[in-house]
Design a protein. Structure first.
Length: 451
């Protein structure tokens, strides 16, 4: 059995993770992404629905529910799935094995035109045989009736005698015809038997081919179920039995490999999930090298390597995300600071405008913008609202206060967006906190005052 080493997976994984700098003079990163994307995204080679359907057929087969496996298999083959080769062949083989009325040798696997003709001939021979038997039975019944079950002879020359003689002649002719049918019946059996043997040989060949494909794809449970059902349905076979021994051994290897992979995933996945792509990649390589250097069998290493491919892809994705994050962090923070400064200036202008409006209202000339405590704020808001209702505040000033409220809402939204940006420094974070607190406090006051 061919073995795929962990080192092979290391090479494969590194070929994804390491930039190909030698080509950067001719192909930009963006153009390379554009060239690579269609091959990955334009057409999926395998449908998830195909994998789900395959799993359902295998599970029914594993439970020895051949009737359900047959129904699910028929639905799978009738669907417009994009399958891989072993799924298509596997469902067909399982359908063949499950195609018997009861768990004995499958007689109608891959019926050919010749087989259909032979079965039609068999039906015709059986019908003739049954008709001749009925003729004999009817004649025998007549004789038994006239002779009281052959205990009372009939007198020569009577109608009963003539009827018995006629029935005896019928029995003789029918018996000869039955004898004449026997060679045809036997020949039909021989021909059907030869086709059945050929069909079973084809089934065996397909099954062995399928088992190799399943073992290569690490579909060990499916292979185990198929060998079990084959031996029970078709009968004991040395080649299938040898494959079954391999599968049983691989089942144990699969359990060991799955535990190894789970231990590696437990260490690497949290690193990738938290954006530490480089650290995850390094740890994955270390653990894979440790597996390769261990005393485990080649099949355990091969299965583990296969199962770790998906983790390698996730780590590569985390590395790309980390790289993009580092690029963002490496950008000049002047743009971020410029945006902060703009928002601070916008907030100051909005509050200055609001303060000017308030100080223009009679009784508020000393307003400084500072209000201490919830009770003071409520009294302040109530008094301003009374002035507005009384008409002491012009509509233009009210409109400007509403505008100031909208500006504060916009500022807070901008602050929320900036807070989500990566690589914010401690100083920038502090400015955002102050900006948010000041805008939020002013907005609460404006909400209380404006309609």
């Amino acid at each position: 059995m061919n073995s795929i080493s962990i080192q092979g997976l290391n090479y494969w994984y590194l070929s994804i993770a390491i930039p190909i700098t030698l080509l950067t003079s001719r192909i930009s990163a963006d153009s390379l992404d554009d060239l690579l994307a269609p091959a990955v995204n334009s057409e999926k080679l395998l449908d998830e629905s195909a994998t789900e359907g395959w799993a359902e057929v295998v599970e029914a087969f594993r439970r020895n529910d051949l009737a359900k496996a047959k129904d699910l298999g028929a639905a799978f083959l009738a669907s417009d799935h994009k399958t891989n080769p072993y799924q298509l062949l596997g469902v067909r083989v399982m359908m063949d094995l499950a195609n018997a009325e009861n768990p004995t040798v499958t007689r109608d696997v891959g019926l050919s035109v010749e087989m259909k003709l032979l079965m039609a001939e068999r039906d015709e021979l059986r019908a003739k045989h049954a008709n001749l038997q009925r003729v004999i039975q009817d004649a025998e019944a007549t004789i038994n009736k006239l002779t009281r079950n052959r205990t009372q002879p009939v007198q020569a020359g009577t109608a009963a005698y003539r009827e018995c003689a006629r029935c005896a002649e019928i029995i003789g002719i029918a018996s000869k015809e039955i004898e004449a049918l026997k060679p045809d019946i036997e020949a039909n059996k021989v021909k059907v038997g030869k086709i059945e043997i050929g069909a079973n040989e084809n089934l065996k060949s397909d099954t062995l081919k399928l088992l190799d494909m399943l073992i290569e794809a690490n579909e060990i449970e499916a292979a185990f179920a198929i060998t079990n059902v084959y031996i029970r349905v078709v009968g004991s076979d040395l080649d299938i039995a040898k494959k079954q021994q391999d599968v049983v051994r691989l089942q144990e290897d699969l359990k060991v490999a799955t535990k190894i992979v789970a231990a590696i995933v437990a260490e690497v996945e949290p690193l990738a999930a938290t954006g530490k792509g480089g650290e995850a990649e390094l740890r994955l390589q270390e653990l894979m090298a440790k597996v390769e250097a261990s005393g485990q069998s080649d099949s355990v290493k091969r299965i583990a390597a296969s199962q770790l491919k998906s983790l390698g892809i996730r780590v590569a994705g985390a590395m790309q995300s980390e790289k993009r994050g580092q690029e963002v962090d490496a950008l000049d923070s002047a743009e971020f600071n410029e945006r902060l400064t703009f928002l601070e200036g916008k907030l100051e202008a909005a509050q200055t405008s609001f303060g000017t409006i308030i100080r223009s209202i009679e009784g508020f000339a000393e307003y400084s913008g500072e209000i201490k405590g919830e009770a003071d704020r409520e009294r302040f808001a109530t008094k301003v609202q009374e002035e507005i209702k009384s008409g002491a505040v012009s509509q233009e000033k009210v409109d400007n206060m509403v505008k100031a409220k909208a500006e504060h809402v916009g500022i807070l939204r901008e602050v929320e967006i900036l807070n989500t940006q990566p690589g914010i420094s401690v100083i920038q974070k502090g400015r955002l906190v102050n900006l948010q607190a000041t805008a939020a406090e002013a907005l609460e006051l404006l909400k209380d005052i404006t309609p």
